[in-house]
Design a protein around this ligand. Structure first.
Ligand code: FES
Ligand code: MG
Length: 576
């Protein structure tokens, strides 16, 4: 079905119809107080009355290096808002970040989503500019905006410049794991390791591989929530300042036309985002985030949708960790619009976006970075969804980033109970290259927060023999910049009694990606016996946000949202 309405024809509101009018425009004591307090801010009536209020939600902080330029970049957004006759107000929100947060930023995705939703709902905001990009911030900001259902545009913080070490281009994450493995194998000196530390992250911006950050900002663009071409612009380019200003101008129009997320984010938008994730060879984390976002929009996206699409969508973006290039190359090759051009027949591009009608595409400039359909990086999508007695509700593997010999494999399990146990014993277990390493207690509740521990390290002894990939299975996630035969997101997780809790050392496990099966080769009777002897571990948190998290987090196949946050509440507070 082709969508015919154009955003350009969305009706323009009158100033009295703006949501903020209720705060500023009426002849009431409350409204008087809001105006008087705006004078206190140093603003005269002419500067703001009758203008849409544009909330700039900024996730800048000094412990989020990916966003360190966003404090200045907000000034470019502000300039754009002024140019278009809006009233910009910067509203700081939690700077969820991958680099420093323990136990994992994923524990806080839903907290930022809640904060975003409630900041938008409780303040006099007519439209929002959402500034983020480090992995969880993109889905969190969008989930909050979807549930608040206020006109919103996303400003991706942009990838950092490619890493550089002795003339070699380093990729975030991917090369860290690679050189760490080499260092453990005795191949990297102390001096070299220090030089890598100085070269791998050498500018502001998010990870410049096709990790979760690049995947999710691309998702935002495909959904139609950014200006065209925004996702891949490197953070430090002047084009990034211009994109920020354009986003500010656009936000003012979105406010006047009341272009809410609910008018843009329908099932076609989410299916296109899913297709793009696969063509990008994107992060496995996108599966969780997209499902969560779609459920906020009332769209029932499932693991099976990913698997079905992955059988027909080729991987075309030759970007690490699946491919060879980095985000700057992807940008110069044309970015997301160029990727979409290559898979246009699989998409619904004739739909509204924040920029107007139709999702932007353009001819790619470089076939080596954005491959042609007849010359894909991999003919099938990078993700497969596995089921079987070990993962009744599904598990995910990014098989395009694994050694092909492992995609059909049976081996004896070596089981680790949680990350501490893994780190303590990994170099001592009697593993062979054919062993199957199993990590449990690392899911949404068990982790807690489903940390990125799913790329279990290869035991030292095997690394020194040259082994660089093994079958690994967990209820954890893995970094979008990781690689290997890692079966992730096993649902239900062990902490709630999923079959992963019943595995014992030596049990044979079969991975068969072609058949989409993950099988624990133990009889049903024996598993029943083990299940009866299993006792649930205690919850991780006694109080606070953690206790809320433990009580309400959904499993990975449902997107790890809180059960009470699914869906949209709309922009108005429940009590005035
Ligand atoms: Fe922020 Fe990778 S650490 S995107
Ligand atoms: Mg990451």
């Amino acid at each position: 079905m082709i969508y015919q309405r154009s955003v350009d024809t969305f009706e323009q509101m009158r100033p009295e119809e703006l949501r903020s009018h209720r705060w500023y425009g009426t002849d009431s004591l409350r409204s008087f107080s809001h105006r008087a307090r705006t004078r206190q801010l140093g603003l005269s009536a002419e500067e703001h009355l009758g203008k849409p209020v544009i909330g700039i939600l900024n996730t800048w902080s000094e412990l989020n290096p990916c966003h360190i330029h966003l404090r200045e970049r907000a000034e470019d957004v502000r300039r754009g808002v002024w140019q278009a006759g809006g009233h910009p107000v910067e509203l700081p929100v939690m700077a969820v970040g991958e680099t420093f947060q323990k136990p994992t930023a994923m524990l806080y995705r839903n907290l930022l989503a809640m904060e975003t939703e409630e900041v938008l709902r409780s303040y006099p905001v007519d439209a929002a500019v959402l500034m983020g990009g480090c992995d969880k911030t993109t889905p969190a900001l969008l989930m909050g905006a979807i549930s608040a259902d206020l006109p919103s545009i996303f400003v991706p913080c942009g990838p950092m410049l490619p890493g550089d070490w002795r003339g070699r281009r380093l990729g975030s994450g991917s090369d860290m794991w690679k050189y760490w493995a080499d260092r453990r194998a005795g191949l990297v000196t102390d001096e070299e390791w220090r030089e890598i530390e100085e070269g791998i992250a050498r500018s502001p911006g998010h990870c410049m591989t096709m990790g979760t950050a690049s995947t999710m900002t691309s998702v935002a663009e495909v959904l139609g929530m950014t200006v065209p071409g925004a996702a891949s612009i490197p953070a430090v380019l002047s084009a990034h300042n211009r994109m920020a200003a354009e986003s500010g101008r656009t936000a003012v129009r979105l406010a006047w036309e009341d272009v809410r997320p609910s008018r843009l984010l329908d099932e076609r938008a989410y299916r296109d985002a899913l297709t793009a994730v696969l063509a990008l060879g994107g992060s496995t984390n996108a599966v969780i985030h997209l499902i969560a976002m779609a459920r906020r929009s009332g769209v029932a996206l499932t693991l099976d949708d990913f698997d079905e699409a992955s059988r027909r969508v080729p991987v075309l973006a030759d970007v690490r960790p699946t491919g060879a290039f980095l985000m700057e190359d992807f940008h110069r090759a044309g970015g997301v619009p160029a990727l979409l051009h290559r898979v246009a027949d699989l998409l619904h591009l004739d739909r509204p976006t924040v920029a107007g009608h139709g999702v932007a595409t353009r001819e790619p400039y470089d076939d080596t970075v954005i491959r042609r359909r007849d010359d894909p990086l991999s003919p099938e999508g990078g993700l497969a969804v596995l089921r079987g007695n070990l993962a009744p509700d599904g598990a995910v593997i990014k098989h395009a980033a694994a050694e092909p010999r492992l995609l059909r494999h049976t081996g004896p399990a070596i089981v680790f109970d949680g990350h501490r146990d893994l780190l303590a014993r990994i170099d001592d277990v009697p593993a062979t290259p054919g062993s199957v390493l199993v990590l449990r207690g690392a899911g949404p509740k068990g982790g807690p927060g489903m940390p990125e521990h799913g790329m279990l390290p290869i035991p030292d002894r095997l690394l020194k023999q040259g082994v660089r990939d093994m079958v690994r299975i967990s209820d954890a996630r893995m970094s979008g910049t990781s690689y290997g035969a890692c079966v992730l997101h096993v649902a239900p997780e062990s902490h709630v009694g999923g079959p992963l809790a019943l595995v014992r050392d030596g049990d044979p496990i079969t991975l068969d990606v072609g058949a989409r099966r993950l099988t624990l080769e133990v009889s049903d009777e024996e598993l029943d016996r083990r299940r009866r002897g299993w006792t649930p571990p205690p919850p991780h948190h006694r109080r606070g946000y953690g206790a809320l998290f433990d009580a309400h987090i959904l499993q990975a196949d449902q997107g790890c949202d809180f059960d009470f946050l699914e869906g949209a509440g709309g922009p108005e507070p429940e009590v005035d």
